[in-house]
Design a protein around this ligand. Structure first.
Ligand code: ADP
Ligand code: MG
Length: 590
C-alpha cells in the first residue's frame, strides 16, 4: 500500500481512535494503529475520517501516528489446533503466554498466529482430482485431539473441480493440501485452515426445527425446563446465585461434542481461575482432559473493552465452524452482561445518544445477531449439526427488569431464572421453578417419549404440585400450616421432598453432579407415586404424621446423593421398600 493510503491518528479516546486520510477504508476493515500496529476495526466512516475501535491498550497512541489498512474484515483462523486452545477476544493465543508467566497477558502489538504454524497434522484426503466440490464439503480429516477428528472443510465460498490433493501425510496449517479450479478457470489453494469474518454467520444448507434435547445431566433442566440441541437459553441471576457453577456443569456434562466457553470475568480473578481450572477438568465420559474438545475464550478485567465486545462473535464463529464439520456444539457465555457493558462503554466513547440505562439503541439488534446464530441445521455438507447457546446474564442487584435481561428474553426460548432467595437458602441450582420456562418442551417431547413415555405426565404433575404448593404456602403464611387439612399438608410435604430430593443438585457431589435421564425419571416417579398413594391413604383416614415417618422416605430424598447413576436397581429397591411400608399402613387403615 502506498504512503497516501496510510491514515493518520487525529484523536484518541480510550479504545476509540479517529484517523484521517482513510477514504479508501471499508466498514469493519481491520487496521493496524500506531507505531506498534495495534489491532483495530473500522466501525464508522465519515468522508475521509474513520472511527476505529482498538482491541489493545491504546496508552501512548498520539495524533499523527500512522494507521495502516489491511483490506480484510476482522476474522478468525479456522483449522486444527483450535481445540485445547485458550484465546482472547480476537483469537490471540493465551495458552502459550499462560504457560510461561501464569498470567493471561498479551504484549501489545505482538502478532501471534492463532494456530500453531509449526505443528504438523496427519492429514488423510477424502477427495480426488477430477471431483467436483462445493463449499462446506469435507476435503480430508486429521485427528485433532484424542477425542475429536477434525474435518478439513472446503471454505464456504469455494467451488469447482479438484485439480490436486495432497497425499496422506503430515502437514502444517499453512501447507497447501488441495487446489480447486472454479468454473471460470480460477485456481484456489486450500489449506488445513481458512479465515472467516467473525461478524458474518457461516452459511448452512438449511435451518431445521429443533427436535432433540441437549441432555445436561441437570435434573431440573432436563425434566422441567429442557433445552434443545440448537436452542438458546438465558441464565439470569444476581451475584452469587450460581451462574458460573451452572455454566461449568453444563460444559462438563452436556452431551455436545464440542464446547466453546466464552468467559467475561465478573470478578477480578474469576477468569484467571477459569484459566487454571478448565485445563484440569476431565471429560467425564472419556476420562481425557475436557480441553481436548473445548475452546476457551477468556476476557479478563485488564483486557480492553473492545476485545470483550467482539469475543462473543469470535466464540460463535468457532462454534459454527465445528457445527459445519457435523458436530453438536454448545457455547457457554458467562456473562453477557459484561459484554453488554463493553458495548455501552464503547457507545459512550462514540458519543452516541444512549437508550435505556445508557445502553445503545442497537443493544437488542446486537443480541439478536448473536442468538440467531444458534440453531439446528443441515450443513452445506448435508449433516445434521447444531450450535446450542447458554448465556448468563447478571442484572445489577438481581433485578430482571433491566434492559439486558429484558431484551435477551426476546431472542431465547428457555429461561432459567436463578433466584437470590433460593441461593441464600443454599438451594442449588437456584433455578426458580415458578418463573423459569422452556418453550422447547413441546419440540422435544417425541424424543423423550421414545425412551420415557411418561415424561410429559411427570413434568406436568411436578409443575402442578409445585404451583399448588406455592398457593398453599401463601395461605399457610396467613393461617399457619397446622390449620390446613392433611391433604393440603401432604402437598407441602411432598413438594418439600421434590425440592430436596429432585430439584436440588450438588455440582460438587460425585454421585449427584451428573444425573442420567433414567435416574432423574426414576426419582421423580418414586416421589409422585408416593404422593398418589399418600393422598389415597389420607382419604381413608391415615394421618399425615404416619406417612412422614415411613423409614424409606429418607432413602428417597437421599437417593440423588447415595445412588450412583449406574445402579438403577437400588432405586427399584427403595421403591419396593417404600411400597411395602405403604402396604402396611394401608392394612392398618382398611
Ligand atoms: P455467580 O456466577 O452467579 O456469581 P457462582 O456460580 O460463582 O455465582 O456460585 C456462587 C457459589 O454458589 C459457588 O461458589 C458455590 O458455593 C455455590 N453453588 C452454586 N451452584 C451450586 C451447586 N449446583 N451446587 C453446590 N453449590 C453451588
Ligand atoms: Mg459468575
Amino acid at each position: 500500500m502506498t504512503e497516501q493510503e496510510t491514515g493518520r491518528i487525529i484523536r484518541v479516546t480510550g479504545p476509540i481512535v479517529m484517523a484521517a486520510r482513510m477514504s479508501l477504508a471499508q466498514m469493519y476493515e481491520v487496521v493496524e494503529v500506531g507505531l506498534l500496529g495495534l489491532i483495530g476495526e473500522v466501525i464508522r466512516l465519515d468522508g475521509e475520517v474513520a472511527t476505529i475501535q482498538v482491541y489493545e491498550n491504546t496508552t501512548g497512541l498520539q495524533p499523527g501516528m500512522p494507521v495502516r489498512r489491511t483490506g480484510l474484515p476482522l476474522s478468525v483462523s479456522l483449522g486444527p489446533g483450535l481445540l485445547t486452545s485458550i484465546y482472547d477476544g480476537i483469537q490471540r493465543p493465551l495458552t502459550a503466554i499462560l504457560a510461561e508467566s501464569g498470567k493471561p497477558y498479551v504484549t501489545r502489538g505482538v502478532k501471534l498466529p492463532p494456530l500453531d504454524a509449526v505443528r504438523r497434522w496427519h492429514f488423510t484426503p477424502r477427495l480426488q482430482p477430477g471431483m467436483a466440490v462445493t463449499g462446506g464439503e469435507v476435503l480430508g480429516t486429521c485427528p485433532e485431539t484424542q477425542l475429536i477428528e477434525h474435518r478439513v472443510l472446503v471454505p464456504p465460498q469455494t467451488a469447482g473441480e479438484v485439480v490436486e490433493v495432497a497425499p496422506e501425510g503430515d502437514y502444517t496449517v499453512r501447507a497447501v493440501v488441495a487446489r480447486v479450479r472454479s468454473a471460470t478457470g480460477v485456481e484456489t489453494e486450500l489449506h488445513l485452515a481458512h479465515p472467516w469474518p467473525v461478524r458474518r454467520p457461516r452459511p448452512v444448507r438449511e435451518r431445521i426445527y429443533v427436535d432433540e434435547p441437549l441432555i445436561t445431566g441437570q435434573r431440573i433442566i432436563d425434566i422441567l425446563f429442557p433445552i434443545a440441541k440448537g436452542g438458546a437459553a438465558a441464565v439470569p441471576g444476581g451475584f452469587g446465585t450460581g451462574k458460573t457453577v451452572m455454566q461449568h456443569s453444563l460444559a462438563k456434562w452436556c452431551d455436545a461434542n464440542i464446547i466453546v466457553y466464552v468467559g467475561c470475568g465478573e470478578r477480578g480473578n474469576e477468569m484467571t481461575q477459569v484459566l487454571t481450572d478448565f485445563p484440569q477438568l476431565t471429560d467425564p465420559r472419556t476420562g481425557r482432559p475436557l480441553m481436548e474438545r473445548t475452546v476457551l475464550i477468556a476476557n479478563t478485567s485488564n483486557m480492553p473493552v473492545a476485545a470483550r465486545e467482539v469475543s462473543i462473535y469470535t466464540g460463535i464463529t468457532l462454534a459454527e465452524y465445528y457445527r459445519d464439520q457435523g458436530y453438536q456444539v454448545a457455547l457457554m457465555a458467562d456473562s453477557t452482561s459484561r459484554w453488554a457493558e463493553a458495548l455501552r462503554e464503547l457507545s459512550a466513547r462514540l458519543e452516541e445518544i444512549p437508550a435505556e440505562e445508557g445502553f445503545p439503541a442497537y443493544l437488542p439488534s446486537r443480541l439478536a445477531e448473536f442468538y440467531e446464530r444458534a440453531g439446528l441445521v443441515h450443513t452445506l455438507a448435508g449433516e445434521r449439526a447444531s450450535v446450542t447457546v447458554t448465556a448468563s446474564v447478571s442484572p445489577p442487584s438481581g433485578d430482571f427488569s433491566e434492559p439486558v435481561t429484558q431484551h435477551t428474553r426476546r431472542f431465547i426460548r428457555c429461561f432459567w431464572a436463578l433466584d437470590t432467595e433460593l441461593a441464600n437458602a443454599r438451594h442449588y441450582p437456584s433455578i426458580n421453578w415458578l418463573t423459569s420456562y422452556s418453550e422447547y418442551a413441546a419440540d422435544i417431547e417425541d424424543w423423550w417419549h421414545g425412551k420415557y413415555p411418561d415424561w410429559t405426565d411427570l413434568r406436568r404433575q411436578t409443575m402442578e404440585l409445585l404451583q399448588r404448593e406455592d398457593r398453599l404456602q401463601q395461605i399457610a403464611k396467613l393461617v399457619g400450616p397446622d390449620v390446613l387439612p392433611d391433604q393440603q399438608r401432604l402437598v407441602l410435604f411432598v413438594a418439600e421432598l421434590v425440592k430436596n430430593g429432585f430439584l436440588q443438585q450438588s455440582a460438587f457431589d460425585a454421585n449427584d453432579m451428573y444425573c442420567t435421564p433414567e435416574k432423574a425419571m426414576a426419582i421423580l416417579r418414586l416421589l409422585l407415586a408416593f404422593f398418589r398413594r399418600g393422598s389415597e391413604l389420607i382419604q381413608r383416614g391415615a394421618p399425615l404424621a404416619r406417612l412422614r415417618e415411613l423409614p424409606s422416605i429418607q432413602a428417597v430424598v437421599r437417593a440423588r446423593l447415595e445412588v450412583p447413576n449406574d445402579a438403577p436397581r437400588r432405586l427399584a429397591e427403595i421403591q419396593d421398600r417404600l411400597n411395602a411400608e405403604l402396604d402396611d399402613l394401608e392394612r392398618s387403615h382398611t
